[in-house]
Design a protein around this ligand. Structure first.
Ligand code: R1P
Ligand code: URA
Length: 235
């Protein structure tokens, strides 16, 4: 057990899917895993371990924002020996061709800062996805008849943004979507020699103002979960 994860050693699989929303973790575990058992309820940040096609998987909520994800990812890596961490998150579209409900595979993540900023000092570190996971996720999405967007995203520290000028520059430089966790996940995975990827579904759009309701964000992103599972166990 750790401070934030009330699981016993061995309760958590080597592969962990991480939605921000703990209720998405519950929905995904109930929908996609066999014999799913709840392994964490500390702070209501639900986690479940079960089987997917003969492979052991944990789905653990990360909470919203990089400081929260950092707590869970650090404990999963250092205390539970997790090797593969795949974020399954919602994101806001930042390009006209990126539509609501589209899947985005985050190759890199741009930030103003991450919880790791303090150790990077003057370095502008470039957080990037694990190539093997990214490639496998792309193949999995194509296999489902989807056309995923692959490229750079923005991991923001704020949901209610007061810097429209920054978003303008992101869009101008090809950033596909905004979310709030991937950059720190990629940075931690790199530091500890683990594999990480963020598979995202567009839940709203910064340019059109479209937005899906909370229930859809919790329960309707099945393609993203299947893509994450297929990429984790592709090899
Ligand atoms: O749907 P999740 O995975 O929580 O991801 C996105 O949604 C939250 C904001 O509503 C942030 O956590 C952002 O990254
Ligand atoms: O962080 C996020 C997530 C979804 N939509 C946004 O606009 N921002």
């Amino acid at each position: 057990m750790t401070i934030h994860i009330g699981a016993n050693p061995g309760d958590i699989a080597e592969t962990v899917l991480m939605p921000g929303d703990p209720l998405r973790a519950k929905w995904a575990a109930e929908t996609f895993l066999e014999d799913a058992k709840c392994i964490n309820e500390v702070r209501g940040m639900l986690g479940f371990t079960g089987m997917w096609k003969g492979n052991r998987v944990t789905i653990q909520g990360s909470g919203m924002g990089m400081p929260s994800l950092s707590i869970y990812a650090n404990e999963l890596i250092s205390q539970f020996g997790v090797q593969t961490l795949i974020r399954i998150g919602s994101a806001g579209g930042m390009q006209p061709q990126v539509k609501v409900r589209d899947v985005v595979l985050a190759m890199t993540s741009t930030t103003l800062s991450t919880p790791s900023r303090g150790i990077m000092k003057e370095l502008n570190y470039a957080p990037c996805a694990d190539w093997g996971l990214l490639h496998a996720a792309h193949q999995a999405a194509l296999g489902k008849g989807l056309t995923p967007h692959v490229g750079g995203i923005y991991s923001s520290d704020v949901f209610y943004d007061e810097r429209p000028d920054l978003n303008e520059q992101m869009t101008r430089h090809g950033i596909l979507a905004v979310e709030m966790e991937a950059a720190e996940l990629y940075t931690l995975a790199a530091r500890h020699g683990r594999r990480a990827l963020a598979v995202l579904t567009i839940s709203d759009h910064l340019q059109t103002g479209e937005a899906l309701p909370a229930e859809d964000r919790e329960r309707s992103f099945g393609d993203m979960v299947e893509i994450a599972l297929q990429s984790a166990f592709a090899n």
